[in-house]
Design a protein around this ligand. Structure first.
Ligand SMILES: Nc1ncnc2c1ncn2[C@@H]1O[C@H](COP(=O)(O)OP(=O)(O)O)[C@@H](O)[C@H]1O
Ligand SMILES: [Mg+2]
Length: 218
């Protein structure tokens, strides 16, 4: 079964798919998805696909170089099997086969006005603690890299866990969840337009950059 799937990837998906990387902070654009495949998500470095015949697996194709792929595979080997993470099924030349996580990203939960329960945040906090115990550094954890399903939280992107330094995105997300979200949208869920969400993402990056610069001169 696994060999058939690899054959499908290497002879169909990889040969026909067209991925474009436009701007540094914009997601990869998928230009051509071969028949039988569905794009389940795109990040800044990779696009992720599922095939009609196996909804338990996804294929993550790196659009910008393969050097990070080896690192990501190694991170998954360290994490092993944990309920809040996907796991590595196979490492290909420029792709990974991963267990598919069902549900929606927290970013899409905001967009769709779906309430995010506290348990989801707890699960993700625990999963990140577990990664630290495995010697990893949870990095680049934001709304598009975490998911929820049936009230439980999952971490969907571990690719930057090898990086050094402190990344405050998740810490800030948790603060905003308790200080703002619990008092407003949690009580009165409503859809947030993608444009507004992206504005917040850009605004956040801008704010962090300015703050870093100010800290350097103060
Ligand atoms: N194992 C998975 N199961 C289901 N969806 C996934 C999985 N991995 C990634 N995705 C989807 O694809 C998107 C992009 O994948 P991601 O690993 O975040 O790529 P990048 O490293 O480029 O940020 C995610 O936001 C998510 O929606
Ligand atoms: Mg990502």
């Amino acid at each position: 079964m696994k060999n058939d799937f690899i054959h499908l990837i290497e002879n169909e998906l990889l040969k026909k798919v067209i991925l474009e990387s436009k701007k540094a902070h914009d997601p990869i654009v998928v230009k051509n998805t071969p028949a039988g495949w569905t794009c389940v998500g795109a990040g800044n470095y990779a696009a992720v696909f599922m095939h009609d015949t196996d909804s338990n697996l996804v294929v993550k194709i790196n659009a910008v170089g393969v050097e990070n792929l080896e690192k990501e595979a190694e991170i998954y080997r360290r994490i092993g099997k944990h309920p809040a993470y996907s796991y590595l099924v196979h490492q290909g030349t420029n792709y990974l086969i991963l267990k598919r996580l069902e549900g929606i990203t927290l970013y899409n939960a905001f967009a769709k006005g779906i309430r995010i329960p506290e348990k989801v945040i707890d699960d993700i906090n625990k999963a990140l603690d577990y990664a630290r115990k495995c010697g990893l550094n949870p990095y680049d954890i934001h709304g598009k890299n975490v998911m929820m399903k049936d009230g439980r939280g999952y971490v969907v992107d571990v690719s930057d866990f090898y990086k050094e330094g402190k990344d405050e995105k998740w810490e800030d997300f948790v603060k905003a969840y308790y200080k703002l979200y619990k008092k407003t949208l949690y009580k009165f869920p409503m859809k947030i337009p993608f444009k507004a969400l992206d504005f917040i993402r850009y605004g956040y990056r801008f704010y962090k950059k300015i703050r870093r610069k100010l800290l350097r001169v103060i």
